[in-house]
Ligand binder design. Sequence first.
Ligand code: NDP
Ligand code: MG
Length: 383
Amino acid sequence: MNKTISILGSTGSIGTQSLTVCRKMGYSVLALTAHSNWKLLQEQVRQFHPRYAVLTDPQAAAQLKAAVADTDTTVLVGMEGVLEVAQNPQQDTVINALMGVAGLRPTVAAIQAGNNVALANKETLVAGGKLVTDLVREKGVLLTPIDSEHSAIFQCLQGNDPDSVRRLIITASGGPFYGKTQKELAGIKKEQALRHPNWTMGAKITIDSSTLMNKGLEFIEAMWLFSMPPEKIDIVVHPQSIIHSMVEYNDGSVMAQMGAPDMMIPIQYALTWPHRYESPAKRLDLLSCGELTFKKPDTETFTCLADCIEAAKRGGLYPCVVNGANEEAVSLFLQDRIGYLDLFAAVRGALDRFDLGDYSSVDEVLDADRRAREYVRQRFADR
Ligand code: NDP
Ligand code: MG
């Protein structure tokens, strides 16, 4: 079936793989957006002929505009441009593959306009999950997960009564530093943290995977996507990343979704659900997988995970501030302006520092996010 799709964040890791899926499925592309990578966006414009291309960085947008002047693509600038394409009614699904809380407004705009959203941008749900999921119900749109663990859970839930779920079991690779102590983590440099054992991803999520913050964000993401209380979600370390997550039912049955670690599978399923089609993804070869093992996560060393679960239990704006503090800390770490252990301290600090209530608007969420970032910059940067 032909579909029309927009990809927010088309130059990133998920964005480029989404384009591969769109090409394979024969989908039309309405709009592509990125922040400043105009060169890659130019190539994508020439290959996929979108009606719109958006860059949030004005200088890069001016360069793109000159570079694609000979095409039929209209170049838009800034977050207003991203919101405009997210709201365009002439499409089936908006893929949100933006990085960070910057994805929140576009997700809300797309849903408000009645568009389906395939969501990779987990920070949207961590910071503003209540707003987003209420809006999804109100507008009757589809919100399908791209994150591999959540796609796995979504797949394991098909055809089953949601009331018979006993718990969700999210798997974690454990990251490159599983088994290390806090002392051993102290001198870690970004080059080491940027090497993930099983997945090739954008820089921010790769750092988050190394601290287990990513698993904490995914815990909160799962609560919102599947309307689950924190008590019914468990995390288990599974270093091979073959089982992408599981659902345990009240009769003792545990459903698991398996596959080669290839994001093309969850991206495609988020667009084709409930149907399945041939995919360019790697195939799972069980005999070459070897053993599948499971261990407990070490939340005493990787405190971010425990802190996210605590934020989830406190509710309201707490998940938003731990996410905002982490985003700022990761950005500072990638600029060599803070140490590796500061990533953990920033998240914990934000949780201790703020006395927060609930929220009912995007502005309140983004204001709490801004305060958390300010706190991290003041307390940790360039000491
Ligand atoms: P990348 O950093 O590779 O890509 C991010 C994309 O968003 C790029 O197109 C970038 O443009 C654009 N972008 C970044 N910041 C902004 C901003 N402030 N405003 C507008 N556009 C912006 O990220 P990933 O693809 O790795 O991840 C995207 C999302 O998907 C994240 O939320 C991540 O957690 C989630 N995810 C990723 C997985 C993966 O395998 N990579 C797996 C599961 C979830 P430019 O290139 O110009 O900077
Ligand atoms: Mg994931």
